[in-house]
Design a protein around this ligand. Sequence first.
Ligand SMILES: Cc1ncc(COP(=O)(O)O)c(C=O)c1O
Ligand SMILES: [Zn+2]
Length: 370
Amino acid sequence: MKYEVECSVCGESSPNLLDFKCPLCGQPLNVQLRFDFEVEEIRRQDYTVWRYERFFPYIKEREIVTLGEGWTPLVESSGNVCFKLENLNPTGSFKDRGSTVLISALHSLVKGAGGYISEDSSGNAGASVAAYAARAGLKARIYVPENVCGPKLNQIRFYGAQVTRVSGGRSEVAEEAERTDKEKVYVGHILHPLFRDGIRSLAYEVVEQLGWHVPERIYVPVSAGTLLLGLIDGFNHLLQSNIIEAMPKIVACQTKQVSPLYHRFKNLGYTPPGKVTSLADALVSVKPPLLDLMVKSLREAKGEAVIAEEDEVRAAFVELARKGFFVEPSSAVAYSGYRKQLENEEVSEDEETIVILTGSGLKTTLKPDW
Ligand SMILES: Cc1ncc(COP(=O)(O)O)c(C=O)c1O
Ligand SMILES: [Zn+2]
């Protein structure tokens, strides 16, 4: 067996690719790989995520649904710092790595059953899943909070997805999206193991773009944790396959307002704000369902966690733009984490560092205040 989908808590294996939580205990599922990464297996002429097709054994080549995602530029900022431009993916965020894998794996199954997919997200994941559903000719329904508006919702609607507005908080939206209904197949990106698994490709790419060399540090913004977990899985796979000799130091960056991982990681208590008002409007998971998994994974990877104040996020966002990198304020959280660690001398300028720029500034509703 080349892979198995297994429960992260009880270990039960789950042979149905449509499962998004353990059929026995309801806890999150993980894809376990039972093969090595081999450089010779890369499809060298393919400059998309599908360059690594051989390492996603649950997907048949003829089933691939792609918009040309992945193989995003790794651009030097200054000295030893590079930015990975995930904002340049087809729908404007790193989520396309998850969507291409998720939709490629499931579209025939769903269509075959005459069904449609459902997802809960008013942001980048909703837009990305809607785009890949459109590409696959698959019907999609995206559940969003009642009061949501703005560029990401427009994007979801232009891709042709149905939008269902749900009153209440984020968990009510998720509950409604998950609620069983005739023909509905829930593929929510936060829980679905195949979405997270697609993010693995980011680790492969970074290491290949550096000539099979592992950077010392990587800064990522964290909300629900799919980016963090997928990235760690990818590096673990490379490590176990003897492609790299050590894990990079992975630094999970959050805003002070929305910092459940930071607090749990440091064994501190966390009380979420009554209402999230952060500039980083894509980082809103105050109670992420994958929190236990994130803490365990980040500890095992010997990573770190850092939080940024709102004025630090704004300053990082503007500084990135002034360097020519126009990204979402949520993406700037990773850069502000780096700036903060530099100031505190927790990292030196000599360390080879990568900051993942996760989403496009063209989607921001922020206006210049000058
Ligand atoms: C631009 C951007 N950056 C970072 C994240 C955080 O990713 P995750 O929820 O996987 O932690 C998100 C999630 O929505 C996002 O949209
Ligand atoms: Zn289980």
